[in-house]
Design a protein around this ligand. Structure first.
Ligand SMILES: [Zn+2]
Length: 358
């Protein structure tokens, strides 16, 4: 048995544990993280994750007290430090969750929330893709009374999720199966679009036509939840000067709208923002991050335009060898490299489609 086979086997065992709909899977996962007596491949994975966590803590922005980043690892190999939810109590006393994530990890999210909050009042959704909002129906069954803010174009996908589910199965295949099927959200859970006290809602299309971002004052600074409007980052692979990041330009991507959205975000910045990503973590120096995202997106469009007749893998290889913001890729553990290559290739596909249709 190869090392990879062993890792996959142990991962499968863990993912089976995590699937429990009663939340006990999360307890078993915690047991796994703390057990001292693990041997063999499980022990090696445990040690690797411990060192990853240390690296992340060192390289992530320090969060203000009361802002929680709740990691939602999925059962597929490498799908950790990828999907997360945010939780905080705002200045009006509302208990707020941003992007509760897919159905598969609602029990895990609920388990994590139970140790920091005794309820949820408000759910902010950046967009309705499964990995961000697929679980909102299940979530609101647990947190009755929670109100949901989503772009008007996303409302029907939450109250009648069948079309979204079928589209997700068609584009994501077994990844959609892993995330799980969404449940319908009761229409009365949805908030009116026109105005949410204490939250600035910013339309930031590009990654999705209905993508929105949220700016919320919090303890003397401003939290800017950008969803996927400013790309995907990974604090595991940061260099001292540059983050590891890439565009979230999966099909169906609108380059012009995405650049306009970044420009709109840039104009809002005053220097006191904490940029809160969906994938993954937080960063200060928001102006610098947005400038990097704009520049990288432009560079990728040029590369994809020039190499449009070449195989997608050749474009990915070219970007991996030339883009300084992907420098940390080679230092990633093998399973994260595999996952990142998958999403980089998907982002190339989105730009190729945009270029061909332009
Ligand atoms: Zn998305």
């Amino acid at each position: 048995m190869t090392c990879t086979d062993e890792r996959r086997k142990s991962s499968d065992r863990r993912s089976g544990d995590r699937r429990g709909a009663d939340g006990r899977g999360a307890d078993r996962r915690r047991d796994f993280q703390t057990a001292a007596a693990w041997r063999g491949p499980e022990r090696r994975v445990f040690e690797r994750r411990k060192s990853e966590r240390r690296t992340i803590e060192r390289r992530s922005a320090i969060l203000p007290e009361g802002l929680h980043l709740l990691d939602l690892p999925q059962s597929r190999e490498g799908f950790r430090h990828l999907i997360s939810a945010w939780f905080f109590v705002d200045s009006l006393g509302r208990r707020v969750v941003v992007d509760p994530g897919p159905p598969s990890t609602i029990p895990l999210l609920s388990d994590q929330l139970s140790s920091i909050a005794n309820g949820v009042d408000l759910v902010l959704l950046t967009h309705v893709h499964l990995d961000h909002s697929g679980g909102v129906g299940q979530f609101c069954e647990r947190y009755k009374g929670a109100k949901v803010m989503v772009h008007p174009k996303g409302r029907k996908h939450l109250t009648h999720p069948e079309k979204l589910w079928q589209a997700s199965l068609a584009t994501l295949g077994d990844i959609a199966e892993m995330y799980g099927a969404p449940l319908p959200l009761a229409p009365e859970s949805l908030l009116d679009w026109d105005g949410l006290q204490g939250v600035t809602v910013l339309e930031t299309p590009g990654h999705a036509p209905h993508h929105i971002s949220f700016l919320v004052p919090f303890k003397g600074e401003r939290l800017l939840f950008v969803g996927e409007a400013a790309g995907t980052v990974l604090p595991l692979a940061a260099s001292p000067t540059l983050p590891y990041m890439h565009p979230a330009s999966l099909p169906k991507f609108d380059y012009t709208k995405a650049q306009d959205s970044l420009h709109k975000i840039e104009e809002l910045l005053q220097g006191d923002e904490l940029l809160c990503y969906s994938h993954w973590g937080a960063a200060r120096r928001a102006r610098n991050r947005i400038a990097l995202a704009k520049g990288q997106l432009g560079d990728w469009l040029s590369v994809v335009s020039e190499m449009r007749s070449q195989p997608e893998d050749a474009i990915v290889d070219h970007l991996l060898s030339r883009d300084s913001l992907l420098k940390g890729y080679s230092d990633l553990p093998e399973d994260l490299r595999e996952r990142e290559r998958f999403f980089i290739k998907s982002s190339v596909e989105g730009l190729l489609e945009y270029v061909r249709e332009a």
